[in-house]
Design a protein around this ligand. Structure first.
Ligand code: HEM
Length: 132
């Protein structure tokens, strides 16, 4: 699971080098040298644990909202916006498609599309709160 998240991050930074540049701790390192960087590993792990915590809170919509809104607020304060997350979603779907091949059926893809849309919508709501 964790290795797969790193795969998302590598593919994301290769496709969108401008997003790699918002990480002061490892922006100077080429993507091929990121694997051993602890701050890089920390962000990959942060992504997965936050999404996992929010899905664990499925039976408590307010808690789920709070987890994702505060993630959005923290990212908004650092200057990240909705486009970064739309682009991340595209990369996540592509990596799952490439990795899971025929197991990533049309139905599975549709389910992930919906799930990520909802999670990222909540993150965007949080980011918008910091916009004004
Ligand atoms: C599902 C997507 C994401 C999740 C769940 C997530 C989660 C987190 C968490 C939990 C942290 C540490 C706590 C904090 O300061 O907020 C963090 C830090 C950070 N995130 Fe994200 N993140 C996501 C996507 C992104 C994206 C798309 C970008 C930028 C393109 C980004 C940029 C950053 C930066 C710059 C930091 C600070 C890193 C540091 O201080 O070393 N994140 N993220």
């Amino acid at each position: 699971m964790f290795m797969r998240t790193r795969l998302f991050c590598f593919s994301y930074f290769r496709r969108y080098p401008q997003y790699h540049q918002v990480f002061p701790a490892f922006k100077h390192l080429p993507v091929d040298e990121l694997a051993d960087n602890k701050k890089f590993q920390a962000h990959c792990q942060n992504i997965m644990s936050t999404l996992s915590n929010s899905i664990d809170a499925l039976d408590d919509a307010d808690l789920m909202d709070a987890i994702l809104h505060s993630t959005g607020e923290r990212h908004g304060r650092r200057g990240q916006g909705t486009q970064e997350f739309i682009d991340l979603k595209g990369v996540m779907i592509e990596v799952m498609k490439d990795t899971l091949k025929s197991k990533f059926s049309t139905e599975v893809e549709a389910a992930w599309n919906k799930t990520i849309d909802i999670l990222f919508l909540k993150i965007s709501e949080g980011m918008e709160r910091t916009a004004s």
